[in-house]
Design a protein around this ligand. Structure first.
Ligand code: FES
Length: 95
């Protein structure tokens, strides 16, 4: 099962099933993640996501469109958590 870590916070690592929808599993009590629309539109869940063991699928065309609007210039690890397919261990930092 993929493990999520939250560098720079006191949240402990979290194991979730592969491809588990993060917007259903991450809450204010177990992670720094915040969600709004859960559809890849509002940008609330924008985070820096770094695969620490394994590979993530690249963003879909829909996610890429939103990242072009919300991701800070030069941030190459920006992802929308609500759109992410969990296929690797990841480190997550809220942007
Ligand atoms: S919660 Fe709105 S883009 Fe992810």
């Amino acid at each position: 099962m993929p493990t999520l870590t939250f560098p720079g916070t006191s949240f402990p690592p979290l194991e979730l099933p592969e491809r588990a929808p993060l917007s259903l599993h991450l809450t204010a009590s177990n992670s720094p993640a915040l969600f709004g629309c859960r559809e890849g539109v509002c940008g609330t869940c924008l985070s820096r996501v770094i695969a620490t063991n394994g590979d993530l699928e690249p963003p879909s065309a829909h996610e890429r469109e939103s990242l072009e609007v919300y991701a800070p210039d030069g941030e190459t690890h920006a992802r929308l958590l609500c759109q992410l397919q969990l296929t690797a261990d990841i480190a997550v930092e809220k942007l």
